[in-house]
Ligand binder design. Structure first.
Ligand SMILES: [Zn+2]
Length: 149
């Protein structure tokens, strides 16, 4: 779990009227792997196999096809700063959050570049796309696997 900026323990959340519990569940979407499990089930449903999880690669990709050298990340909109409206803007400690989120984005770019330099095909899928347009997400992965194979 990442560090919570500021002394927020007793503060009420000012994040778009969310309760603190709701906010924490959104923030945690990186640690709870609901989204990843959802993608795993979509992959199975589409007959895509051969993937591994928890591979010791830079940035810990969520799904990896080791032989084809394809790595898929599912990025939570909040932590990875997606500009889609799910990335609610914090009012308390806004600067600290901004720093944290831009740090995450910079790290995402570094990791992607590093893996590509090592010959990996890297896909990053936004959490919101996966829930709203999962067919397209699966199609992207299929194309990547075809291309790599
Ligand atoms: Zn999003």
């Amino acid at each position: 779990m990442s560090h919570w900026p500021g002394n927020a323990k007793d503060q009420r959340t000012t994040f778009g009227g969310l309760s603190r519990a709701q906010l924490m569940s959104r923030v945690r979407s990186r640690g709870n792997n609901t989204t990843e499990l959802r993608l795993a089930s979509l992959l199975r449903h589409s007959g895509l196999s051969g993937w591994r999880r928890h591979q010791p690669l830079p940035g810990r990709p969520d799904f990896v096809w080791p032989k084809l050298r394809v790595a898929v990340f599912v990025d939570g909109c909040f932590w990875h700063g997606h500009n889609c409206g799910k990335n609610i803007s914090p009012k308390t400690n806004a600067a600290a959050w901004q720093t944290k989120i831009s740090g995450n984005k910079a790290r995402d770019r570094r990791v992607t570049r590093l893996l590509r330099d090592r010959g990996w095909l890297v896909l990053r899928i936004w959490e919101c796309r996966l829930s709203r347009q999962h067919t397209r997400c699966i199609r992207r992965i299929e194309l990547a696997l075809d291309h790599a194979g």
